[in-house]
Design a protein around this ligand. Structure first.
Ligand code: ATP
Ligand code: MG
Length: 404
C-alpha cells in the first residue's frame, strides 16, 4: 500500500475567527512554494484541513519538507482506499501486519461523514477490529493510549486510513502578520532573526548591502544561499541587493574613523526604510544582539535607530551568542554563515569604533554628505530577485538530502 496524501492540521490559526480563510489560503500557497521541488504534488485546503496529494511522489521527503512550514500543527500520511467493507478489512489487516510487534496494543477509531455508508462508526470499529484479530490473534485492543490508533474516515468520495501523527512546526503561516524587511548580512545572527520573524507569520524580504569590488560575488551568493535556507519555513523570499560601494567610499573619505560604523549603519537604516516604504513593508528586522560588538551597545542602537520611527524588530537582541548559534545550527544556516566571505562592514570596519557615539557629533559629520542623493541612488540601484526553495542550478536530490 502507498500513501496517497498527507493530511495537514492547521495550527494556532484555527482560533482566528473570520480571518480564518485568509490564514488558510496563505498557508496553502506557502505549502505550494515549499513543495515546488515536487512538481507532481498538489494541494487543496478546506476550513479544517489542508490536503497534500502525493500523486505518486515519495511521501518521506514531502513530510520532511512540511515539518518545517510555519502554521502547521500536525501531519498525518493517509491511505485512500475504496469505500467497501471487504477492501477496508483487508487494508486494515495489511497495515496492522506491517506494524505489528509482540505485545502491541491498538484501537480502531472510525468516523463516518458519509451517512449513507452501510456501517456506522461503532459497527466499523467492531468489524475492522475483528478483522485485525483474524490475522493477529495475539494483539490486544486498548482504548486508552494504544500503541497504534488506526483512524478510519468514511467520506463521500472514498475511505481514508491513517495512524501516524507527526508534530508540525507550529507558529503562524508566513505572511499572515504582514511584511517586514530583514537586514540580512552573511553573518550568523541575521538569518536567525529572519527565522524567528517568519515563525510569527512575518513575510520577510531580505535586504543585503553589497560593496563590490570590496565584497566578492561569493559574499553575495552566501547571502542568497542563507535566504534560500529561510524559504523552507514559508515559501519564496524576495532578495534585494543594495549597491553600497559609493556610500562606503564616501564615508571612509569624509568621516572620522571612530564614527565610520555609526554613519554606515545609519545609511543602511535609511535605505532599508526607504525600500520598506516603497514595497509596503511595516517593520524592519535585524540581527542586533545587545553588547555583542561596538555597533550593538544601547548607545549605538539609539544613534542608529534615530534615523527612523519605523518599528525595528530585533528577535535575537537578548540572546547569548551560543543561544543564537544553537538556533542557527538547528535551522541549517550556521554552516553557510561561517563560510569565509567578508561582507561590506567587516572590510570597512574601523579598528576602534565608538561604543558611545554622540548623536550631536553624528549629525555634525553627516552635514558633509548629500544624504538624500546617496540614499536615492542606492535605492534606485537595487536588484530584486526571487529566491525559491531550490536553486535551479542545484539538483533536487541535493535539497532532499539536505532536508533529510
Ligand atoms: P550578523 O551575524 O547578522 O552579521 P553581527 O553580529 O555581525 O550580525 P553587525 O555586523 O553589527 O552584527 O550587524 C548588525 C546587523 O546589521 C546584522 O544582524 C544585520 O541585520 C545588519 N547588517 C549588517 N551588515 C549587513 C549587510 N551587509 N547587509 C544587510 N544587513 C546588514
Ligand atoms: Mg555581521
Amino acid at each position: 500500500m502507498q500513501y496517497s496524501e498527507i493530511m495537514v492540521r492547521h495550527g494556532e490559526l484555527s482560533t482566528k475567527g473570520k480571518n480564518r480563510m485568509r490564514f488558510i489560503n496563505k498557508l496553502k500557497s506557502n505549502i505550494q512554494d515549499v513543495l515546488s521541488p515536487f512538481p507532481q504534488v498538489t494541494v487543496r485546503s478546506d476550513r479544517d484541513r489542508t490536503h497534500v496529494y502525493l500523486n505518486g511522489a515519495d511521501y518521506q521527503p514531502v513530510v520532511e519538507a512540511l515539518k518545517l512550514v510555519f502554521g502547521i500543527q500536525a501531519l498525518s500520511p493517509v491511505y485512500k482506499v475504496e469505500k467497501n467493507v471487504e477492501v477496508l478489512k483487508s487494508s486494515v489487516q495489511e497495515i496492522m501486519q506491517s506494524l505489528y510487534k509482540e505485545g502491541m496494543t491498538f484501537k480502531i477509531s472510525s468516523k463516518r461523514s458519509d451517512h449513507q455508508f452501510e456501517l456506522d462508526s461503532r459497527d466499523l470499529n467492531l468489524t475492522l477490529g475483528n478483522a485485525v484479530f483474524d490475522v493477529l490473534p495475539h494483539i490486544k485492543a486498548q482504548m486508552k493510549q494504544p500503541d497504534v490508533n488506526l483512524q478510519v474516515e468514511i467520506r463521500d468520495e472514498a475511505a481514508y486510513l491513517s495512524y501516524e501523527n507527526i508534530k508540525g512546526a507550529g507558529g503562524l503561516p508566513v505572511g499572515t502578520s504582514g511584511k517586514g524587511m530583514l537586514m540580512l548580512s552573511g553573518g550568523i545572527d541575521s538569518p536567525v532573526a529572519g527565522y524567528l520573524a517568519l515563525k510569527r507569520g512575518v513575510d520577510i524580504e531580505a535586504v543585503h548591502f553589497a560593496s563590490p569590488p570590496y565584497t566578492s560575488p561569493g559574499a553575495l551568493k552566501k547571502a542568497k544561499d542563507l535566504t534560500r535556507r529561510l524559504t523552507r519555513f514559508g515559501g519564496n523570499i524576495q532578495f534585494i541587493e543594495v549597491p553600497f560601494t559609493e556610500i562606503q567610499e564616501e564615508i571612509k573619505e569624509k568621516a572620522p574613523e571612530a564614527y565610520l560604523m555609526t554613519l554606515t549603519r545609519r545609511f543602511m537604516m535609511r535605505i532599508t526604510d526607504a525600500i520598506r516604504q516603497s514595497r509596503n513593508g511595516l517593520v524592519i528586522i535585524n540581527g542586533e544582539s545587545l553588547g555583542q560588538v561596538a555597533s550593538q551597545t544601547l548607545e549605538s542602537m539609539q544613534a542608529i535607530n534615530a534615523v527612523t520611527s519605523t518599528p525595528i524588530i530585533r528577535p535575537v537582541v537578548t540572546m547569548d551568542k551560543l543561544e543564537i548559534i544553537d538556533i542557527a545550527e538547528k535551522i541549517n544556516t550556521f554552516d553557510i554563515s561561517i563560510q569565509p566571505f567578508e561582507d561590506c562592514c567587516t572590510i570597512f570596519a574601523p579598528d576602534r569604533p565608538k561604543t558611545n557615539p554622540k548623536i550631536k557629533n553624528v549629525e555634525q559629520y553627516e552635514k558633509r554628505f548629500d544624504i538624500e542623493g546617496l540614499v536615492q541612488r542606492a535605492v534606485a540601484g537595487i536588484i530584486v530577485s526571487e529566491i525559491t526553495p531550490v536553486d535551479d542550478s542545484d539538483a533536487i536530490e541535493e535539497l532532499i538530502e539536505d532536508i533529510l
